[in-house]
Design a protein around this ligand. Structure first.
Ligand code: 0WD
Ligand code: CA
Length: 384
């Protein structure tokens, strides 16, 4: 089943000519019909435990517990004494996803009827493999004015692998975070603890430790026009009483945001935050986002549900607002640009795509550099 119809061919010629080494991200170029985006299908999942160990199962999936409409969650609780923070200086790149692919590759291999009879037997049935978070960055690019990105792409055995590289600016921001900002990052995880139980009929345990090594990730397959995608994203919880009886329909995304006291604040939520929230949940087909609005002391004062599919209606009355079709058409054009540019099928070669606000997307090519991210263990197993 497709979400609306495709208009890609109208876009391609105008944004990157056959010889152009760059891709424009200007909004008006992408303001055409919403492209074909197939309903995402969950093909698997995995878990990362409190020590960041990989498990090919759903042991870290948590369960949504309905809370009071006006809860009094204290998000500051436990920050100093019950918080184990993942070391974000350790770059995992695609490692966990590659491990999942290796352990599940029998489900993923392209069958001879998929065409390409010449391909090796281990060719994946996906054009692109990446994290959901990387695609979110592409979707929001036409509206981003603060942060650029670097995306490393390697073509291996007919599949394009996309892995983010931290920009210098992002590294500086990470290393110079204020104490206030560091604490506020904790608030999002604390909110999850108030809203989730470990067992389907269990209760949340706010007296426990918050450990951000722990994660449950869904792996979905879908198609954006003629690009087949395999990507993984972290899922906060499952709603066991959802009307949807299969993943990703019963997943719920949890968010925190500053409380809204004025129309201007509501408008800013629509214009900036809802863009990121929508892009992140729309991509894997997560239908519901539950936001906890908190005051400046980290007390959650209200909860609000946003249906992912209704967000585009909600923002329509805002002036000069973001548009979902622009986001999806830009992503589509970028993937087409990658297919045109990345021609060497070699796991030791990285094409580094880079973008800064108000500029075009450009790229450089690197062999056997610090950017190489496909491991020998992966390549060896996949070519067996
Ligand atoms: O740049 C990335 N997004 C990378 C993520 C690079 C390499 C690995 N990962 C890992 C993350 O640590 C996480 O386990 O992949 C998993 C999820 O990736 P994703 O779903 O593609 O990432 P994204 O959509 O950006 O974030 C989803 C959630 C976040 O929730 P909120 O509501 O804040 O958007 O994953 C968590 C976070 O809870 N998350 C992280 N947790 C620890 N360290 C990180 C991180 N660096 N990034 C996202
Ligand atoms: Ca979340």
């Amino acid at each position: 089943k497709y979400v609306r119809s495709n208009c890609y061919s109208d876009v391609s010629s105008s944004v990157a000519s056959a010889h152009s080494p760059v891709l424009s991200v200007r909004r008006h170029l992408y303001d055409v019909d919403f492209p074909l985006y197939k309903q995402p299908v969950e093909v698997g999942f995995f878990s990362l435990d409190s020590s960041r160990r990989f498990f090919n199962d759903a042991r870290m999936l948590r369960h949504y517990v309905e809370a009071d409409r006006c809860p009094n969650f204290n998000l500051r609780d436990g920050y100093t004494d019950r918080f184990i923070k993942r070391d974000d200086g350790i770059k995992e790149r695609l490692d966990h996803l590659l491990r999942w692919i290796l352990e599940n590759r029998s489900k993923l291999q392209r069958t001879p009827v998929d065409g390409d009879a010449s391909g090796s037997s281990c060719r994946l049935s996906a054009d692109f493999v990446t994290w959901r978070g990387h695609l979110t960055k592409l979707l929001t690019t036409p509206y981003e004015t603060q942060e650029g990105w670097l995306l490393a792409v390697t073509l291996f055995n007919g599949t394009y692998y996309i892995s983010e590289v931290e920009t210098e600016a992002a590294r500086r921001n990470r290393e110079n975070r204020t104490e206030r900002h560091a604490e506020m990052m904790y608030w999002g995880y604390k909110f999850e603890q108030y809203m989730c139980a470990d067992e389907p009929s269990g209760l949340p345990d706010p007296s426990g430790v918050v450990n951000t090594n722990e994660a449950f990730c869904t792996v979905v397959q879908t198609k954006l026009t003629d690009h087949s995608l395999l990507f993984s994203g972290e899922v906060d919880c499952k709603d066991d009483s959802s009307r949807f009886k299969a993943a990703p329909g019963y997943y719920v995304e949890l968010k925190t945001s500053a409380e809204i006291c004025t129309p201007k604040q509501r408008s800013n939520l629509h214009r900036y935050k809802l863009l990121k929230w929508w892009a992140q949940s729309f991509l894997p087909g997560v239908p519901r986002i539950i936001a906890g609005f908190r005051d400046n002391d980290g007390l959650v004062v209200s909860l609000e549900t946003f249906e992912t599919a209704k967000i585009s209606q909600l923002i329509k009355h805002e002036q000069n607002c973001w548009k979902p079709n622009v986001c999806m058409n830009l992503c589509n054009a970028f993937l087409s640009f990658v297919k045109k540019v990345v021609t060497q099928d070699d796991y030791r070669v990285v094409y580094l795509f880079s973008w800064e606000p108000y500029k075009d997307v450009s790229y450089s090519v690197h062999k056997d550099s610090e950017y190489t991210f496909l491991h020998d263990w992966y390549v060896r197993e996949m070519t067996k």
